[in-house]
Design a protein around this ligand. Structure first.
Ligand code: C2E
Ligand code: CA
Ligand code: CA
Length: 703
């Protein structure tokens, strides 16, 4: 073909002039060139056009002649020199090498851009010398646009799939494949439903139909796909219907964005809100819901189930002895043992502290449940290896059953808690089903605890003050502050009925703090009112005394009220002090260093020797009223009080006799050398205002 025509400028110019005619000798070749969308050209060795065939294909010039003598880069709209493509073009021409797929941009007069693809070969003479270059130019703008589209489809950071009206993948982009872990040909042709999480398979049905009916233009939802490896992919999916120019639906364009990260964070947050951080078990709020649900579905399907509420025995001691890190490990191990023990359908929860709960579905007969509970206890009682230490904890279990023990979660929890309370009362390490009997002592205590809690909030407490009289002067030298609970339902409740419950439940801490504060405030008012100076004694329970925050609390109160600390006295029973003598020693010293007086209360009931008490920084000894009661008739008691008084005084302590009710008792005590007396003989504990009246009446001096 290269030799089909002589390559000279003249011929080329002639050809250019006779575009409709031909420089081509071959008629068929001529036809072919006329019909292709390409433009054929020839150039001399200097890259200047010598012939152009069908230049209109390029829309560059009107007639072929207008090209003659110009170079590509001199054509208006073409990239001018120096441009990399023309470097390449010139290089190929010079060396006589073939040029392939050189794409160049052409700026149209209207502002648009078109792309041309130039390809060429060298023209040589008979001796093989290079005399020119020839080739074709094609307009590739359309192809180029398609390529660009394809590359946005493929390079898109969003997963894109074209899905047929029948739900099959027609096209998927690289991102879509990457998200799902499939190769494109594994997806194309496949039903989208096949790779959707079964629970979400029908999510798109309704909106897709609405879209086909033209009711909506697109829809967006969140759903789960299953990756090739079986893992879940959460996506936000947007689907739009592509229609043909006649408005018939073609396919859906589905965009998917990976939202697994956000979903995981949401799931994590939900887990945290519904699970206990330490043991990873279900927490109390979720357990209550599950229990409520079990009761509701139990009613509908007449199914029975059991609830076990479980507390570790003496867990506080474990914490104190080994530290809370070990304590935490014990709780975790307990959770693990419980979870291992029950069936997957059962629920194990941590209700708080050392309290756990188990919901047993399909519980069977009460005997069955009790048997199971006993096995559970045994599993828990096995020694635990924790940080190289062997720990053994036992548990107490209270059981309630649906439906016989209650219709809902509240009733069941309450009954199980009562049964647990009973077990604990009886020493722990046992399991007990709720029975009406559990309602005895346990229920009263529980009711009392609830009542106390409420009473603290409702401020139903007050302090009464009982005067103490110094026998030598017959003067009121101090008062003892005693708690009173004025309950709207129960009337005036004596401390004997509630102090122990407050102590066991820990409520004594806020209550005792309140009493201390109240006493300080009252004492300061009396001082400000100009009453003669006397001390106020406040009782401290064992738990208050053991409270590490006690000293800080007292310091704060003294500071806040600006009170002279020597006017304050704390009464602590003998047994409290003796319970942990070493700790007591430190605590008493700290109190004493604040300048506060310390009295040993109920002395004589705790079987401790006075010699032992010598080592404590004490000020006052209060002889228990049980010794005073029969002092007039019981020779033995009389000898005992006399001994206590003598020894107390020899230790430098002030001795107080409590519960003095008669003149006879008073006389005897005075004769024995007792310093101070307190009792109904002088006065019952009185409200603050009544005490002031009392002091006025007796002029500060008791008859
Ligand atoms: P306690 O510390 O031994 O208080 C003396 C108790 O003897 C008071 O009983 C008082 O009313 C009573 N009493 C006083 N004189 C006589 C008498 O002549 N004859 C008889 N039979 N009893 C007399 P109360 O007020 O019922 O308090 C009982 C116990 O409750 C107190 O015994 C004390 O252990 C405790 N308590 C009272 N208030 C508080 C408090 O604020 N904190 C703490 N932790 N315990 C308190
Ligand atoms: Ca007392
Ligand atoms: Ca006492």
């Amino acid at each position: 073909m290269g030799n089909a025509f002589p390559y000279t400028t003249g011929v080329a110019l002639q050809g250019a002039r006779h575009e409709a005619g031909s420089i081509f000798s071959d008629e068929r070749l001529q036809q072919m060139l006329d019909l292709t969308a390409a433009c054929y050209w020839e150039q001399d060795a200097g890259c200047r056009f010598t012939y152009v065939h069908l230049c209109s294909a390029l829309a560059l010039r009107q007639t072929p002649e207008q090209f003659i003598g110009l170079c590509f880069w001199e054509l208006e709209g073409m990239q001018p020199l120096p441009a990399p493509e023309w470097e390449r073009f010139g290089e190929c021409c010079r060396r006589g090498e073939p040029l392939r797929r050189l794409v160049t941009a052409y700026q149209e007069a209207g502002g648009g851009t078109r792309f041309f693809c130039i390809e060429g070969n060298a023209v040589r003479d008979a001796q093989g010398g290079l005399i020119g270059y020839r080739g074709i130019v094609r307009d590739v703008t359309g192809e180029r646009r398609l390529e660009e589209q394809a590359s946005t489809f493929d390079l898109s950071p969003v997963g894109i799939a074209h899905v047929s009206q029948q739900g099959r993948f027609l096209h998927v982009n690289a991102k879509f494949c990457e998200l799902l872990g499939y190769e494109p040909d594994e997806l194309v042709g496949r039903q989208a439903r096949d790779i959707t999480h079964p629970d979400d398979a029908h999510l798109v049905d309704a909106p897709a139909q609405q879209m086909r009916r033209g009711e909506i233009a697109s829809f967006k939802l969140e759903k789960r796909y299953l990756r090739k490896d079986g893992t879940v992919l959460w996506v936000s999916l947007t689907s739009t219907l592509k229609r043909d120019p006649y408005d018939s639906p073609l396919y859906n364009i589905t965009l998917v964005e990976d939202i697994s990260g956000r979903r995981e964070a949401e799931e994590q947050a939900h887990f945290l809100a519904t699970h206990d951080a330490l043991t990873q078990l279900t927490n109390r709020p979720l357990f209550n819901q599950l229990l409520a649900f079990a009761a509701a579905s139990g009613r509908r399907h007449q199914r029975r189930f059991a609830l076990i509420v479980l507390g570790l025995d003496r867990f506080k001691q474990v914490n104190e002895a080994y530290g809370s890190t070990v304590g935490d490990e014990v709780l975790k191990e307990t959770g693990r043992r419980l979870s291992r023990f029950v069936r997957a359908s059962d629920v194990v929860a941590r209700l708080g502290g050392d309290e756990f709960a188990v919901l047993l579905e399909e519980a069977g007969s009460p005997d069955n449940v009790l048997g199971l509970a006993r096995n559970l206890m045994q599993a828990l009682a096995q020694p635990m290896q924790i940080r190289g230490k062997e720990c053994q904890v036992t548990a107490s279990l209270g059981i309630s059953q649906f439906p016989q023990d209650g219709p809902d979660e509240q009733a069941l929890l309450k009954k199980a808690a009562l049964a647990l309370f009973n077990v604990k009362e009886e020493g722990g390490n046992a399991a007990q089903c709720y029975h009406a009997g559990s309602q005895g002592q346990g229920a009263r205590q529980l009711a009392m605890e609830l009542g106390l809690r409420r009473a603290i909030e409702a401020r139903e407490f007050s302090l009464h003050y009982q005067p103490k009289i110094r026998l030598a002067t017959r003067q009121v030298c101090g008062v003892e502050a005693l708690l009173r609970w004025q309950s709207p339902e129960l009337g005036l409740v004596p401390p004997a009925d509630f102090i122990q419950v407050a102590e066991d439940s820990g409520l004594i801490i806020p209550l005792g703090r309140w009493a201390l504060e109240q006493a300080c405030i009252q004492l300061r008012r009396w001082r400000e009112a100009g009453l003669p100076s006397f001390t106020v004694a406040v009782n401290l329970s064992p738990r208050q005394f053991a409270d590490p925050a006690l000293i800080g609390t007292i310091e704060g109160l003294l500071h806040g009220s600006g009170l002279d600390p020597t006017l304050l006295q704390l009464e602590i029973t003998e047994s409290t002090v003796m319970h942990n003598a070493l700790r007591a020693q430190q605590q008493l010293r700290a109190i004493s260093q604040l300048g506060i007086g310390i009295a040993i209360d109920d002395f004589g009931t705790g079987h401790s020797s006075l010699a032992k008490l010598k080592t404590f920084p004490l000020d006052t000894l209060k002889i228990d009223k049980s010794f005073i009661r029969d002092i007039e008739t019981d020779e033995e008691d009389r000898v005992l009080t006399e001994t206590i008084i003598r020894m107390g005084k020899s230790l430098g302590l002030e001795v107080v006799a409590e519960g003095v009710e008669t003149a006879g008792q008073l006389q005897l005590l005075a004769a024995q050398g007792c310093d101070v007396v307190q009792g109904y003989y002088f006065s019952k504990p009185l409200p603050a205002a009544a005490l002031v009246d009392y002091l006025r009446r007796c002029g500060g001096y008791a008859a």
